[in-house]
Design a protein around this ligand. Sequence first.
Ligand code: ZN
Ligand code: ZN
Length: 339
Amino acid sequence: MTETEPETQSTDGNELPATTESAPESREAGNAPKSAGDELPGTPEPEEDRADPSDAFGVLGNEVRMAALRALVDAETEGEGSLAFSELFEATPADNTAGFSYHLRQLTDHFVRKTEGRYTLTYAGREIARAIRAGTYTDSVDFGPIAVDDPCPFCGEERLEARGEDNYVAVECGACDRPTLTLPFPPGGHRAHDPEGLLTAFDRHHRHRLSLMADGVCPECSAPAEAHVDYHDADGPESTRRPQVRFDCDRCGCRLRSPVTLAVLEHPEVISFYHDHGVAIRERPLWNVGEEWRERVVSEEPWCVRVSTKIDGEVLALFVAANLEVVTVRRTTASASAS
Ligand SMILES: [Zn+2]
Ligand SMILES: [Zn+2]
């Protein structure tokens, strides 16, 4: 699927504009490596030691080598950190040990490391092997539509619909046709959940990715991620301009756009405000975090967006700067509030 551009939203107050992402799929964070080769390094200086990508991926194009990587990651899953040559050989379709030796040499040391006569996965080998096992690069999932038991944040229609196309999930409203959200979801996640569990996992997956981005860390490659608050559709008519936050990672090219509201949901003041009113805001899905949210641009020079919510007559307002920093928080009763 091609990069999805967010839609411009109108300004009828309670909307949360579309959330989109143009980025490769991610995998779940892995368990801590069990093998001896992955201890925390004693010297923290990062080094640029990059293999040529075409060489690195070139050696993977062989079923014996693929089977070897698969056997190593399967062994790790079963608690076995390393395999002997004979165990690895048995797990592959290689005809003889001489031929297998040759294939194994192609994988060492970039994907496989040999230590004291046994073989383990390197970081790159483990990442690739897990992605292959999960189907990340080979599996394409379509599904739907399935009913989502949450109301449309735009028109109030009782239910939304979710559908999947080539590992992207769209949550849509059948009544007003306004897109709420289109985001990727790894095929392993699609395959491993029933429809209800899938939507919950999809929501959690993106909530954590967004939260990581808002904390300044790219969820794909862990390099710094920068946040810029701006109008999404700066050239459009003034009445339809909506503030959005855009996250960029220069290292891997991951980009994400989101309503400012979604990017501040994990702010402690938001969590505690809802908690004080007996609502667990984290239980609400990203496609509808509540119709009580409002966004308003207070100033463009410098940028300041007022993101507010109101429950039981009390208003919580966060004033958000261009870099997504929450500069001021105000909690007032509705009658005392400026808006
Ligand atoms: Zn609708
Ligand atoms: Zn990145």
